[in-house]
Design a protein around this ligand. Structure first.
Ligand code: NAP
Length: 380
């Protein structure tokens, strides 16, 4: 889908009242090709206008066109006429509801963890592995049945918000300098990452919480899938970690060992990460070479002129105290990755700071860019 494409596609948003759902509405309010016509949330929000029920927490007003949309229950029947479904559903309910939509032949772009490990569902960070979208026809072929013929439906997921920033940088480094062997990462994650109302103010004010349930495992595991390869017959993703177990010495060396600590900090939006990495190939590149490679990193989303693609997928900050969540999270509308403080590491090879807007490229923007890429690749 290029910016000059005239195709208008009707879309719906599930979980429209939530933190990610609200970001979907802002992004879709000025999208040239995706027209939001239906919104859904839980039973307690349904049959009421959006503005009367949503606890709007954004710094811009509710887009005017959507204020009076009536919230539906998340039942596929209510979403007739939608060609794409974006989902910001709570992970407790996403698996059941998104499965129902796929069975009714809707393409679903999900933000929840439910299908990230599913062998049939591409886990796509649009600035990293859009080629994995080519697994979609195989997913359809495996799920179609006479009672539920699937010709258009599928589920594609995007990654955990902290995984997203990490893999964009790792992909850019590996593309020029060869395999990364080791990663050590500590995150400083914003409160909005936990949804609304999230962690209680008594817990987070004047504090840092050194544990987020399930988050470290997600980052470690998802990275192995996103940086894995789509098999040549386009039926499966070969995980980087599986290469170790199944293969010869050559692929064995492509495993990435990742150690992560995740923390919650009193910041509204924007996940910061402190990352150290080591390269397989020696001698290691200079800091200047690394900066040049990160600055010039471009993706399919750029070459296919996706509307939501950032001009700079990775923006390199040179000021010593940047990036910062408050100052940099909405640069490029939150659609790119910010990096700074790139320097030699005394233990691994290099270290740096990444900032990822968790609700934009860490969630809604990734889904929308994935949909743009899927359309551009002729898979919808
Ligand atoms: P949230 O603020 O808690 O919103 C959850 C949404 O799910 C609300 O719209 C809610 O509707 C809806 N919902 C809850 N129970 C439902 C039910 N039984 N039937 C239908 N809808 C129901 O959560 P969030 O932070 O937006 O996260 C949404 C998803 O994105 C989660 O899976 C999360 O893990 C993932 N994610 C979040 C972020 C982030 O930065 N926040 C980043 C990446 C991924 P009501 O308002 O009617 O209750």
């Amino acid at each position: 889908m290029t910016t000059d494409s005239k195709r208008i596609i009707n879309v719906g948003v599930l979980g429209a009242t939530g933190t990610v759902g609200q970001r979907f509405l802002i992004l879709l309010s000025n999208h040239p090709n995706f027209k939001l016509i239906k919104i859904g949330a839980s039973k307690r929000s349904s049959n009421q206008t959006y503005q009367s029920i949503v606890k709007w927490k954004q710094t811009v007003p509710i887009p005017q066109d959507f204020q009076d949309l009536v919230v539906s229950e998340c039942d596929p029947k209510e979403f007739d006429g939608c060609e794409i479904i974006f989902s910001g559903l709570d992970s407790d309910v996403s698996e059941e509801i998104e499965t129902k939509f796929r069975l009714k032949d809707f393409p679903v772009f999900s933000n929840s963890k439910s299908f990230r490990r599913d062998g049939l569902c591409p886990l796509v960070v649009p600035l990293v592995n859009p080629d994995h979208l080519h697994q979609i026809p195989y997913q359809r072929s495996q799920l179609t049945s006479p009672s539920y013929p699937i010709t258009k439906g599928f589920i594609v997921t995007n990654a955990n918000c902290s995984t997203t920033g990490l893999v964009v940088v790792l992909k850019a480094l590996e593309s020029s300098f060869g395999p990364i062997e080791k990663v050590r990462m500590t995150t400083f994650q914003a409160i909005s990452g936990g949804g609304y109302p999230g962690v209680s103010s008594l817990d987070i004010l004047d504090n840092v919480i050194p544990y987020i349930e399930g988050e470290e495992e997600k980052i470690q595991w998802e990275t192995q899938k996103i940086l894995g390869n789509l098999s040549t017959d386009q039926t499966e993703i070969i995980l980087r970690s599986n290469e170790l177990q199944t293969s010869c010495n050559h692929t064995k060396t492509n495993r990435i060992d990742i150690s992560v600590t995740t923390t919650r900090v009193p910041v509204l939006d924007g996940h910061l990460s402190d990352v150290s990495v080591s390269f397989k190939n020696k001698p290691i590149p200079s800091i200047d070479e690394i900066q040049q490679v990160l600055k010039s990193y471009r993706t399919d989303a750029n070459s296919l002129q996706c509307f939501s693609a950032p001009q700079f997928p990775i923006f390199v900050h040179h000021q010593i105290d940047r990036p910062q969540p408050r100052l940099d999270r909405y640069f490029q509308n939150g659609s790119g990755i910010n990096i700074g403080r790139i320097r030699k590491c005394e233990v691994l090879d290099i270290k740096f700071i990444i900032l990822t807007n968790n609700v934009s490229i860490g969630a809604a923007t990734s889904s929308i860019m994935n949909a743009e890429l899927t359309v551009a690749k002729g898979l919808i």
